[in-house]
Design a protein around this ligand. Sequence first.
Ligand code: ZN
Length: 111
Amino acid sequence: MPEGQKGGNLTDQLRGSAILVALRTGLLKKCPIHGEVYDPGQHDYQGAFMVASYLINQGDPLVAPFKDDRSQLTDLLKSICKSHAASCPQCSRPPNGHGGEASQPEPVRAS
Ligand SMILES: [Zn+2]
């Protein structure tokens, strides 16, 4: 086990890993503009659990923190979906403009 994760407890690792699985399976989405993770409300748990199970079977490094405990992964997938907003919190935030004229369009493309 690599050192250097000071203070990073296992729960954080598991949670981070579960979020990546959720993103891969479509349970969660990431805003392309802000990078915020949100819950689009499409709870295809069956499909997500199949993918999660597959990843564990393959020994995918994505789910390494869970070892072989797929029930812990699926439980976490469910709970993290409940803890995210239904859309990107920054996209849904009303623009903080002063009368509208001051809003300057900024390039949002990263590439
Ligand atoms: Zn956004």
